[in-house]
Each structure stands twice: as structure tokens, then as C-alpha cells.
Design a protein around this ligand. Structure first.
Ligand SMILES: Nc1nc2c(ncn2[C@@H]2O[C@H](COP(=O)(O)OP(=O)(O)OP(=O)(O)O)[C@@H](O)[C@H]2O)c(=O)[nH]1
Ligand SMILES: [Mg+2]
Length: 420
């Protein structure tokens, strides 16, 4: 994929009021869509909402409204129309025909575009390309000349468009299987690396994009993860050691953030990046306490966690940016909604010790103490234990040693199964 300069394109946003989504919610979603569009490099020149009893298979909205939207976009000199709702491949195509030289995309395509712009590592680039091709495949049409507009996202990426125009479905499929193999390889490397981490108590920061995960990571570990007031600043996973007290360390990971309607293709292809979340002993669910949409964010986070099979994991809610919450009423509401949460400000380094204390106590709850008899012939396990666990007591006998050991229950189970 080629890097091409993004120019400031003018965009008109469209949201539909339908079903259980009321007008206020639609407007909120459009405000978020505006942030996404700006992150991608567009300049939003207008927002349109439309109440619908029934979704139109041809244009999502009715034909008359579709004409009106295109007309309004032209009047505003916009080059781009972005729907908050998913457009089916057919709807996208119909809009292209209707709008001639305007690009018409949906939220998923916009998010994919941002990921594409922000991907730096080999892994992230591979994952984004895979997701993009998965999104593109059902949307290919014979109108190659329109393809660029269909997939181009924001900014004219002629290089990208032309190569896309040349490849047909078969080539895309071949490319998809190649990318999948590459990701499997990356995944295997990761599994090897993660073997060495098994003895640690593993915690993972998860949360809505821009909630402050990377800021927390940096404040706790002294890492230098990229922090920016923009959506999806982080697309890779960083793992660091953090001391929770004088004698115990944990591993903390920071990874890609979530957003409402994160495209399924993206979640699927970011599995290897999200592996640290899936394997974690504890999730630190980071919420932006200053956002009026904090409970929606919480729902979205849980949906994505379910999607990657991490919904049942032990978690601790972290209400970040508490420095921005001045209204005592809101503070009380937050306390009521999230009674177990730890409130912090990562930016001002406020109450980070409280956070570490909570992690420490959850970790120590999870730690098990057992007695094991190990024959001297099994030197490997003895050294494994001595390296990785707290040995509380040692008693030697003729053939071996009896040890009282303390460590994460998963690790203890692993040792017991080796001895069985
Ligand atoms: N006021 C305030 N701002 C914060 C706090 N924590 C983070 N921020 C700001 O919020 C913005 C986003 O922070 P990041 O740490 O990049 O957020 P993130 O969750 O890693 O975001 P993505 O990687 O983009 O998903 C930055 O401008 C931070 O300076 C906080 O406690 N208080
Ligand atoms: Mg980040």
C-alpha cells in the first residue's frame, strides 16, 4: 500500500433515525463520526439526519432524500458523503451512480481508512490490509472506474486506486490467503515470545479510543508510547513490566482502542494484536470519565470483548481523566454507575498508587500457595519454580525436595500437571 498525501476533503455526514436509535443518539453518533472524519483528514461541512420508518434497500434512505443529500453535498462543495450507518454493497454502488463524481462511504470504510493511515508496524499493516480486502471483496463491481471512489476513503490515493482497479476478485482472494499466512507466522512468533511471560500476572489496558490508555501505560511504566488527542493513535501492542510493590511485578499491555461499530473485518484481523488481551489475567477497562457517553462506551467495550472471547475475563474499571470532572453531581453518578471503579488522572498522575494497589490485591487473590514434592531427577521443574515463583519453604529428603510455592494459579496448575 502506498503512502499518499491526504488533502483536506469536505465531507457531508448523514445519520438515520430508525428503530431504537432516537434523534439524540443519532446526533451523538454523528458528532463522533465528525471526529472520525477529522482524524482521517476531512473537513466536515454539514450534518443531515433523516427519520425513517423503513430502511430503503436501494439507498438506505428514500430515493427523493438520496437526491436531496447529493444535491446538498454539491451545494456545500463537498467531495465526500459519509453515512453513519452501514451501506450494503448495492446501496454504495447505487449512490455512486447517483452522485457521479462524489465519494460515498460509510462509517466502516472511514474507520478502515484511519487504520490504514495510522498503521506503522508490519503486523498492523498486514492486519489492516486484510480487513480492507475483506471489506472490499463483496463491493467489487465491474465499474472499475468507480472503484477508486468506492474504496478510496479520504484523499485521492491514485496509486492505491489504480492497483486496486487492476486486481480482480481472484487476485484479492489469493492476497487474502497470503496475508492470513503472514499473520499466522507473526502469531507464532508472538506465542514463542509470550511463553516467557507466562509466569507473570498479565494485565491489559482496554477501552474506547482516546480514553487515555497509552497515557496510563506511560505513567505506570515509563514507556514512551505515542499519545495524541486523536482517535486510534495506537494500533500495536506494547508490553512493559510494572512494579506493584517492592517485590512484585506485573506485565501491563497497551493496545488498539475500540469504537462503536468497529468493523467486524477489523476486529477479526486484529486478533493477533489483541492476543495479549485474550491471554490477560486481568483487564483494566479504561473509561474517559469526562465523556457524557461513558456508559455507551462501556457497552461498546463489552461488545468488542465478547467478540474476541474475552468478555468473561476478570476486569477492573478505571475511570480516567477525573481531573476534567468538576461537577460533583456527575462524580456521584459515576460512583453509582461504577461502584468498584478506581478513579484516576493519568495526565496529572493522580491516584495511580490506588490503581496499583487494586491490581496488587486482585493479583494476590489469584495467587495460590501449594506444597509440591519434586524428585531431584526433575531438575528442570525445580529451576523453573525457583526462577518464577515465590518459594515460601523448602525441605529436603533423600530423593527430592518438598517446596511450598506461591504463584499465579494458572502457573501452579501447569507445574502440577507436569508432576502428575
Ligand atoms: N485531562 C486529561 N487528559 C488525559 C488524561 N489521560 C489522557 N489524556 C489525554 O487524552 C488524549 C488521548 O490519550 P491517549 O493516551 O493517546 O489515549 P488512548 O486511549 O491511548 O487512545 P488511542 O490509542 O488513540 O485509542 C491525549 O490528549 C491525552 O493527553 C487525563 O487523565 N486527563
Ligand atoms: Mg493509545
Amino acid at each position: 500500500m502506498q503512502e499518499i498525501e491526504i488533502k483536506l476533503e469536505k465531507a457531508l455526514l448523514v445519520g438515520v433515525i430508525h428503530g431504537d436509535v432516537d434523534e439524540a443518539a443519532t446526533i451523538e453518533h454523528l458528532d463522533e463520526l465528525e471526529l472520525l472524519a477529522e482524524t482521517a483528514g476531512a473537513k466536515v461541512v454539514g450534518q443531515i439526519t433523516q427519520r425513517l420508518k423503513k430502511l430503503n434497500p436501494q439507498f438506505l434512505v428514500g430515493k427523493g432524500k438520496a437526491d436531496q443529500i447529493v444535491g446538498q453535498a454539491k451545494e456545500l462543495d463537498a467531495q465526500l458523503i459519509i453515512f453513519d450507518d452501514d451501506l450494503s454493497p448495492a446501496q454504495a454502488k447505487n449512490f455512486m451512480n447517483l452522485s457521479e463524481d462524489l465519494k460515498v462511504i460509510d462509517r466502516s470504510a472511514l474507520i478502515l481508512d484511519i487504520f490504514r493511515q495510522h498503521a506503522k508496524s508490519r503486523e498492523a499493516k498486514t492486519q489492516v490490509e486484510l480487513a480492507h480486502l475483506g471489506y472490499l471483496l463483496p463491493r467489487l463491481t465491474r465499474q472499475w472506474t468507480h472503484l477508486e471512489r468506492q474504496i478510496g476513503g479520504i484523499g485521492t490515493r491514485s496509486g492505491m486506486g489504480e492497483t486496486q482497479i487492476e486486481i480482480d476478485r481472484r487476485l484479492i482472494r489469493t492476497r487474502i490467503s497470503k496475508l492470513k499466512k503472514e499473520l499466522e507466522k507473526i502469531d507464532q512468533e508472538r506465542t514463542v515470545q509470550s511463553k516467557g511471560r507466562q509466569t507473570y500476572f498479565r494485565t491489559a489496558l482496554v477501552g474506547y479510543t482516546n480514553a487515555g490508555k497509552s497515557t496510563i501505560m506511560n505513567a505506570l511504566s515509563g514507556a514512551d508510547v505515542f499519545v495524541q488527542d486523536q482517535l486510534f493513535a495506537t494500533l500495536d501492542t506494547t508490553i512493559r513490566q510494572v512494579e506493584v510493590n517492592d517485590s512484585q511485578q506485573i506485565l501491563l499491555s497497551d493496545t488498539v482502542g475500540f469504537v462503536r461499530k468497529l468493523p467486524h473485518d477489523l476486529v477479526a484481523s486484529f486478533r493477533s494484536t489483541l492476543k495479549e488481551v485474550v491471554d490477560a489475567d486481568l483487564l483494566l477497562v479504561v473509561l474517559d470519565a469526562s465523556s457524557p457517553h461513558v456508559s455507551d462506551h462501556f457497552k461498546t467495550i463489552n461488545n468488542v470483548l465478547d467478540e474476541i472471547d474475552a468478555g468473561e475475563k476478570r476486569s477492573l474499571i478505571v475511570l480516567n481523566k477525573i481531573d476534567l470532572v468538576e461537577d460533583i453531581k456527575i462524580l456521584n453518578q459515576l460512583k453509582q454507575a461504577f461502584p468498584e471503579a478506581v478513579m484516576i488522572s493519568a495526565l496529572d498522575k493522580l491516584r495511580l498508587d490506588e490503581l496499583l494497589k487494586s491490581v496488587e490485591s486482585i493479583m494476590n487473590e489469584d495467587f495460590q500457595t501449594v506444597d509440591v514434592d519434586i524428585p531431584f531427577t526433575n531438575g528442570k521443574i525445580i529451576s523453573e519454580i525457583q526462577n518464577d515463583m515465590d518459594v515460601l519453604d523448602r525441605e529436603y529428603y533423600d530423593e527430592g525436595v518438598r517446596m511450598t510455592i506461591k504463584g499465579p494459579s494458572s502457573k501452579i496448575q501447569q507445574i502440577l500437571s507436569q508432576l502428575a
